[in-house]
Design a protein around this ligand. Sequence first.
Ligand code: GDP
Length: 226
Amino acid sequence: MTSEPRYTTAEMDAGDRLFRRPWDFVRGAPSPEALPAADRPEVAFAGRSNVGKSSLLNALVRQRRLARVSQTPGRTQELNFFAAPDVACYLVDLPGYGFAKAPHGKIAAWTGLLAEYLRGRATLARVFLLIDARRRLKPADRSVMRRLDDAAVSYQLILTKADKIPGEALADALAALAAAAAEHPAAHPTPLATSAITGDGIDLLRAEIALLLAERGSDPSLHEPA
Ligand code: GDP
């Protein structure tokens, strides 16, 4: 794969250790009042329904069922929070959007709870915005990118299901995402390609999250002896 950012061995190891911890479901928040206290850094995962978000989360934490891999696209409506012992961080699974069979698309959901969450969450270190490698950026994704820009929430584009397209097409898709990211002020310049099936890129995403936490002074594993 091209355009992969390089991480040091220590950073890769920190990512590996971080996600060997027993991550567990903490709570689902169907309303702003139900959000846990913003007392630690968090990273959130967003994307169109069926983009592979549950699969990516499960691959990250090396568990089969942490996040439900839904047979019914668009089912999850809550913000789901996950945590691990001794790690000052939440992983946040945001509701999927843009499912074609929903009456007005799940984008509508982003105007309520999610808009409030994104605007008011100072501890939100980054949103990983998942894009299906075969489908590229859709208008719904662009709309979410604009919302994140407006809310000044840092986000990074992550290609999912990279195993579904050949290497050359994947390089093109990554280049297209990098070009799109360059047009959006809050977008991280370097997209990552991942596959929950082959595991490609999952270690890079782990390292990226460990780095983010280290920058916020909250990843003990980066400083642990190997
Ligand atoms: P979500 O709705 O975004 O949570 O998506 P899911 O994780 O439920 O995945 C949607 C569908 O895509 C399921 O049939 C998964 O098996 C499939 N899928 C998810 N990730 C991958 C991947 O990396 N590669 C392939 N080939 N299929 C995937």
